[in-house]
Design a protein around this ligand. Structure first.
Ligand SMILES: [Zn+2]
Length: 186
């Protein structure tokens, strides 16, 4: 017999030495299961469904940047949150993507079990695939609860990851312009 997600959480409480029948914990398995399903709802979404035709013809070929996109994800190694910001840029070649769609794509990949490096790559590849851009840049800065609350307990360390595609990879000037615009270079 396979257990439901709430039943698994009940077993976790037992495994932790808790009494799942005490008053404060009675509804915890249900609530925890629901919360975890919400934090992982990105598995039920797809790029196509999120973009949903919000691609517009444009002759703009200047860099489009969306800065400071709030990011909440779960590390796949410890199932603990990592929280931070994503900065995304691309150079259109005839098609631009609705701005809110970029944030929603970030969210879709973040709401899965992740490591920050893969998350950064998946966002960049998705933007590239959807827009056929001349270049895509994604930088993520995040704090990992698995570092802050356990193990080394490094409270203030932020992890930075970046993926540069096309023009951002090939042209120093383009990359520097992006890093300057997101405040990541002097
Ligand atoms: Zn971790």
């Amino acid at each position: 017999m396979t257990l439901s997600l709430p039943q698994h959480y009940r077993e976790i409480l037992v495994g932790l030495g808790e009494n799942p029948d005490r008053e404060g914990l009675l509804d915890t398995p249900q609530r925890a299961a629901k919360a975890m399903q919400y934090l992982c709802h990105g598995y039920e979404q797809s790029i196509e469904e999120i973009v949903n035709g919000a691609l517009f013809a444009s002759d703009n070929d200047e860099m489009v940047i969306v800065k400071d996109i709030e990011l909440y994800s779960l590390c796949e190694h410890h199932l603990l949150p990592f929280i931070g910001k994503a900065h995304v840029a691309y150079i259109p070649t005839g098609k631009v993507l609705g701005l809110s769609k970029i944030a929603r794509l970030v969210d879709m990949f973040a709401r899965r079990l992740q490591i920050q490096e893969n998350l950064t790559r998946q966002i960049a590849d998705a933007i590239q695939e959807v827009t056929n851009a001349a270049g895509v840049a994604v930088v993520i800065e995040a704090k990992h609860m698995c570092m802050m609350m356990r193990g080394v307990e490094k409270q203030n360390s932020t992890m930075n990851t970046s993926v540069m595609l096309g023009a951002f990879r090939e042209s120093n000037t383009t990359r520097m312009e992006f890093l300057q615009l997101i405040g990541r270079s002097k």
